[in-house]
Ligand binder design. Structure first.
Ligand SMILES: NC(=O)c1ccc[n+]([C@@H]2O[C@H](COP(=O)([O-])OP(=O)(O)OC[C@H]3O[C@@H](n4cnc5c(N)ncnc54)[C@H](OP(=O)(O)O)[C@@H]3O)[C@@H](O)[C@H]2O)c1
Length: 287
C-alpha cells in the first residue's frame, strides 16, 4: 500500500486528481491536505488540515505519506517562503517523491515573472534529496477567457506571439499517471502543453465561438498595459502588475510557444484542444 498526499484538494487540479485516484486502485491510500476540511472533496479518505507556511501542521499531515502531489500556492510575495517551508517539512516527514506543478521554462529570468518562483521551488525540491517529477504547465486553456474584460476583450502586449496553453484536466490526468507509478518518472520534467500554439486573436475567436459570446484581442504596448492596469486596479502591487503584464510579454517573445509531446506520451491520447478544454472545463478559475 502506498500513501499519496494530495495538496490543493479543494481546488481544480487537486480536486480532479483526487477524483481520479480515489477508489481507483487498492494499492493506493489517499491523504488530502486542505486548509479547510469542511470544503474537502466528499470522498472516503483521510483528510488533514494544514497551510504550507505551518511547518508543524505540514509535518503532522505528511508523516506516512510516500508520494506527494504539490500544487503551487496562490501567487504573491509570500509564495517562495511558503514553498520553502512546505518542501523542507515534506522531506523531514519522510516523503520520498514529490510531483510539483511548475511552469514551462521555469528559470530565474523567465519573461513571465511568476516563473521565477517555480524555478526557486524546483531548486528547493532538488536540494531536498526527495525524488521528484516536475509538471511544467503552460498557461491554462480553460482560464484564458477569464483574462478578457466585460466586453470580451483580451487586452495586452502579446503581439502576434503564440502560446501552447494546456487544459487543466490534462495536467490533472497526467499527474494521476505519474502519482500511480512515480519511480517511472523520477527526475523527469514534463512540459504540459496543448496540441497547438495559438495567437491571442485565435484564442479570442475560438473561445468566443464555444462560449457563445463576442471575444476579441486588442494589442497594447508595454507602457500602455501597465497604465491600463494601474487605472483599473489602483491598489494592485508592483509584483501583481508585473505578473499581469508579463503574461502577455511572455506570449509575445515566444517563450510559451513550444508544443510538447509530453501530455500525449503520458496519457496515450492527444492533448485536449481549446474547444475540448472549454466544453469540459472544471469549476474554479485558478489564480
Ligand atoms: N499555468 C497557469 O495558467 C495557471 C493559472 C492559474 C493558476 N496557476 C497555478 O496553479 C495552481 C493550481 O491551479 P488550480 O487551478 O488547481 O488552482 P485553484 O483551483 O485556485 O486551487 C489552488 C489550491 O491550492 C490551495 N492553496 C492555495 N494556497 C495555499 C496555501 N498557502 N497552503 C495550502 N493550500 C493552499 C487552495 O486552497 P483553498 O481552497 O483553501 O484556497 C486550493 O485548494 C494555482 O494555485 C496557481 O499557482 C497556474
Amino acid at each position: 500500500m502506498t500513501t499519496i498526499g494530495i495538496t490543493g484538494a479543494t481546488g481544480t487540479l487537486g480536486g480532479r486528481v483526487t477524483s481520479l485516484l480515489a477508489g481507483a486502485d487498492m494499492r493506493l491510500d489517499l491523504r488530502l491536505l486542505v486548509r479547510d476540511a469542511a470544503r474537502a472533496p466528499d470522498v472516503d479518505t483521510d483528510v488533514r488540515e494544514c497551510t504550507y507556511a505551518d511547518r508543524d501542521a505540514v509535518l503532522a499531515a505528511l508523516r506516512g505519506v510516500e508520494t506527494l502531489f504539490m500544487v503551487s500556492t496562490h501567487e504573491g510575495p509570500q509564495r517562495r517562503d511558503e514553498h520553502r517551508t512546505f518542501v523542507a517539512a515534506a522531506a523531514e516527514a519522510g516523503v520520498r517523491h514529490v510531483v510539483y506543478t511548475s511552469f514551462v521554462g521555469a528559470a530565474p529570468d523567465t519573461t513571465f515573472t511568476l516563473g521565477h518562483d517555480h524555478h526557486f521551488t524546483e531548486q528547493a525540491i532538488r536540494d531536498s534529496g526527495m525524488s521528484y517529477t516536475f509538471l511544467r504547465d503552460n498557461f491554462y486553456l480553460d482560464v484564458l477567457p477569464l483574462f478578457a474584460d466585460d466586453h470580451g476583450v483580451l487586452r495586452g502586449p502579446g503581439g502576434r506571439g503564440r502560446l501552447a496553453a494546456v487544459a487543466r484536466a490534462d495536467v490533472a490526468d497526467a499527474a494521476a499517471v505519474v502519482l500511480r507509478d512515480p519511480a517511472d518518472h523520477a527526475g523527469a520534467a514534463y512540459d504540459m502543453t496543448g496540441p497547438e500554439a495559438l495567437r491571442l486573436d485565435e484564442v479570442a475567436a475560438r473561445a468566443g465561438a464555444v462560449l457563445g459570446r463576442e471575444m476579441s484581442y486588442v494589442e497594447e504596448g508595454v507602457d500602455e498595459a501597465y497604465a491600463s492596469r494601474r487605472a483599473g486596479w489602483p491598489d494592485a502591487r508592483q509584483w501583481q502588475l508585473d505578473a499581469w503584464v508579463s503574461t502577455y510579454t511572455a506570449i509575445a517573445d515566444g517563450s510559451l510557444a513550444r508544443v510538447s509531446p509530453d501530455v500525449e506520451r503520458l496519457l496515450g491520447r492527444p492533448a485536449r484542444t481549446l474547444e475540448q478544454a472549454l466544453e469540459q472545463r472544471p469549476r474554479g478559475t485558478g489564480a
